[in-house]
Write a protein that binds this ligand. Structure first.
Ligand code: PLP
Length: 415
């Protein structure tokens, strides 16, 4: 194994402690949401104790709430590589933020304009755009993924672009197949054709450091509960675009960025947790021996975690491939491990995903089944939409022995 100190990482997570002499729960449901480190839990509690006031008051708890709002936005700007915190919009979830901003973006479109959505995305980056198209009379074009590479191909995108294309909405990494798209290249092609590019990085952000300014996209959304944080969504938008968008907001609220695109009272305690989530990655970078700026430490944390996660993923894929009748949907070639996040979905000839999941659950292993809102992917693969797949996803706190235990339970069931 690499120099990744998984024992130190695990100590951070209260949910990983075994209780009543039972083995600790094995969390492989991570693509649906990760467990939370102590520093995040404590920050949320402290904010509720000391900053449970609305923003804008002249008294200490309100001033503290304002500080939390500022520093959490700055922390996310650092984490995403944004030019400033004016580009960071925080809300309850990625889906809510996307539904909200899609209304503002739609104000710049006309009936008959074209938008492109993909068959690889989570519904959170499809349905808002389909609803917008319905409201405005837009033409929807579907971009598929390649069944061999498991990625979206630039040539397929080019064949859909016309002088009427206004938007490309695509994911960075699939929440079902785990494959990572070449977003920088796809964005450049779409933007050169005059389209805005909206990227769903919800599944990528737990496993890769995002650098929005290297991607050529216009918007990028993620959710902190997928990377050890609280239930919040975060949206980055290019400042020059955000400041021109029509904002759906209360008349008397601030017209400054990013407040003009954040409606209502902020979830201050969760914002405190969000900043602590970034601090967790920073702590991890330091633990792995990295120094320098916050972003340098974050980069170090990701670099070390990627090497560790890749080894566990390789072990998982190789173990699953030895089970007869089991079919993995996604990249299995270990030479291409860098083209995927550690989310591995599969079906079996004789057992349904729910049957496999029930057996795993009886053995203290958490895993998701179904379409997981990757509804188009499941349909495109010709799978039963209700049953979908069994999905296992690795996080920083998982261990080699957890992977082996899981493979052992599955092998016993499926042999
Ligand atoms: C790829 C992807 N996009 C979007 C979402 C929706 O995120 P949220 O729950 O924050 O709306 C998810 C959640 O699973 C996801 O995996």
């Amino acid at each position: 194994m690499t120099g990744f100190k998984v024992d130190r990482v695990r100590e951070m997570f209260p949910a990983l402690v075994s209780k009543d002499e039972q083995p600790a729960t094995i969390f492989l449901d991570n693509p649906g949401g990760t467990q939370v480190p102590r520093m995040v839990i404590e920050a949320i509690g402290q904010a509720m104790a000391s900053a449970a006031s609305n923003l804008g008051g002249l008294f200490p708890s309100s001033i503290r709430a304002e500080e939390i709002w500022q520093s959490s936005h700055q922390a996310m700007a650092d984490m995403l590589g944004a030019s400033s915190m004016r580009e960071i919009i925080v809300g309850p979830s990625m889906t809510t933020l996307t539904l909200h901003i899609s209304r503002s973006i739609g104000r710049t479109f006309n009936r008959g304009d074209e938008i492109i959505v993909t068959r690889m995305d989570h519904e959170g980056d499809i349905s808002p755009w389909l609803l917008l198209a319905e409201d405005l009379g837009l033409v929807v074009k579907w971009l598929s993924f390649n069944r061999d590479s498991w990625q979206i191909e630039v040539e397929d995108l080019k064949s859909l672009l016309t002088d009427k294309t206004r938007l490309l909405a695509l994911n960075f990494a699939s929440n079902l197949t785990g494959s990572i798209n070449n977003v920088a290249e796809l964005s450049s092609v779409a933007r050169a054709a005059g389209a805005l590019v909206y990227v769903d990085a919800v599944q990528l952000a737990p496993h890769r450091l995002v650098s929005v300014n290297e991607l050529n996209c216009d918007f990028l959304a993620c959710s902190s509960y997928k990377f050890y944080g609280p239930h919040l969504g975060i949206l980055w938008g290019r400042e020059s675009i955000l400041e021109k968008l029509h904002a759906y907001r209360c008349r008397c609220s601030s017209d400054e960025l990013p407040q003009r695109l954040e409606t209502g009272t902020p979830q201050t305690e969760l914002l405190a947790g969000l900043e602590a989530t970034v601090n967790y990655f920073q702590w991890l970078g330091e633990l792995c021996g990295y120094t320098g700026s916050r972003r340098e430490k974050l980069a170090g944390a990701y670099t070390t975690a990627i090497a560790y996660e890749d080894q566990l993923t390789t072990r998982l894929i190789q173990g699953l491939e030895e089970i007869r009748g089991l079919q993995i949907y996604g990249i299995t070639d270990v030479e291409r491990i860098h083209d995927r996040v550690p989310t591995v979905s599969f079906t079996h000839d004789s057992f349904t995903p729910d049957e496999m999941s029930q057996t795993l659950a009886k053995n203290g292993i958490c895993a998701w089944t179904g379409h997981n809102y990757a509804y188009e992917v499941v349909k495109h693969l010709g799978l039963d939409v209700e049953q979908g797949v069994l999905r296992l996803g690795i996080a920083q706190y998982n261990t080699e022995s957890e992977i082996d235990t899981t493979l052992g339970v599955l092998t016993d069931l499926l042999k």
